[in-house]
Ligand binder design. Structure first.
Ligand code: HEC
Ligand code: HEC
Length: 197
C-alpha cells in the first residue's frame, strides 16, 4: 500500500517536472502571451463575445493595434490596464505567438440575415480589401485584418466605433468612409455574415 502511494507520488513528480521542462522550451513570446489568455484564448473560444479573437490574425495588425491601445490612440480600459505591465519591446513577440496559431473560425450557418449581409458585403466592395467570403488570399489590396470567423458581437461594436470615429482607422480613413453610408441593420447583417463563414 505504502509503496503504491510512493510510486504514485514519484509518477506525479515526474509528470510535473516534464511539464516544467516543456514550459521552458516555449519562446519568450509564448510565455508572455499568457498575460492575455484570461481574455484572448489560444484557441477559438474567448470568454466574452465582445473580446476579439486574435488567433491567426496578421502579425503587423496585432502589433499596431496593441501599440494604439498602449498609447491611448485606441481606447479600451481593459486593454490599457493589461498593457501597463507589458513592455513595448515585447509586443511583437506576443503578437507573433497569436498570429502563429491556427486561424479563427466561425460557426458555419446560413440565415436570412447572413444572406443579406453577403449582398451588402459585395455591393460595398468589402472584398476589395478583405477578400471574397472574407478570405484574405483573394483581396486586391493588402493590409486589411483577418475578419473571417471573428465574433459577431465584437465586429458589430467595432464597426460602429469606426463609423462614429470612436476607434481611429488607418490607410486614409477608408474603413470609416465605407461604413459612413451603412445603416445599423446593414452592419448587423454584415457581422452575421462574416462570423458565420
Ligand atoms: C481583461 C481582458 C483582456 C486582456 C487580459 C487582454 N485583452 Fe486585448 N482586448 C480586450 C478587449 C475587451 C478588446 C476589445 C476592445 C475594443 O472594443 O476596442 C481587446 C482587443 C485587443 C486587440 C484588438 C484586436 C482587433 O481585432 O482589432 C488586440 C490586438 C489585443 N486586444 C491584444 C491583447 C494582448 C497582446 C494582450 C496581452 C498582453 C491582451 N490583449 C490582453 C480585453 C483584454
Ligand atoms: C480599402 C480597404 C477596405 C475596405 C473596402 C473595407 N475594409 Fe474593413 N478594414 C480595412 C482596414 C485597413 C482595417 C483595419 C482598421 C484600420 O484602418 O486601422 C479594417 C478593419 C475592419 C474590421 C475590424 C477588424 C478587427 O479585428 O477589429 C472589420 C469588422 C471590417 N474591416 C469589416 C469590413 C466590412 C464589412 C467592409 C465593407 C462594408 C470593409 N471592412 C471594407 C480595410 C478595408
Amino acid at each position: 500500500m505504502k509503496s503504491a502511494t510512493y510510486t504514485g507520488l514519484c509518477i506525479t513528480f515526474f509528470v510535473i517536472s516534464l511539464n516544467v521542462t516543456g514550459a521552458e522550451k516555449l519562446s519568450e513570446g509564448d510565455k508572455m502571451a499568457r498575460l492575455c489568455f484570461e481574455c484572448h484564448t489560444a484557441d477559438n473560444n474567448n470568454p466574452d463575445p465582445l473580446i476579439p479573437k486574435l488567433i491567426g490574425q496578421d502579425v503587423d495588425y496585432l502589433v499596431n493595434q496593441t501599440l494604439d491601445y498602449k498609447s491611448g490612440r485606441r481606447i479600451s480600459t481593459l486593454m490599457a490596464d493589461v498593457l501597463e505591465n507589458v513592455k513595448t519591446k515585447d509586443i511583437r513577440a506576443i503578437s507573433e505567438y497569436f498570429a502563429s496559431r491556427p486561424a479563427m473560425t466561425g460557426t458555419k450557418k446560413e440565415t436570412e440575415l447572413g444572406k443579406k449581409g453577403k449582398d451588402v458585403y459585395l455591393s460595398r466592395n468589402c472584398h476589395f480589401c478583405h477578400g471574397l467570403d472574407a478570405d484574405p488570399a483573394t483581396a486586391y489590396i493588402d493590409g486589411a485584418p483577418l475578419i473571417k470567423g471573428q465574433n459577431k458581437e465584437y465586429m458589430y461594436k467595432t464597426m460602429k466605433d469606426m463609423q462614429t470615429g470612436k476607434r481611429p482607422v488607418d490607410i486614409f480613413n477608408l474603413m470609416q468612409i465605407v461604413l459612413l453610408k451603412l445603416t445599423d441593420d446593414e452592419i448587423e447583417a454584415l457581422s452575421e455574415y462574416i462570423s458565420s463563414l
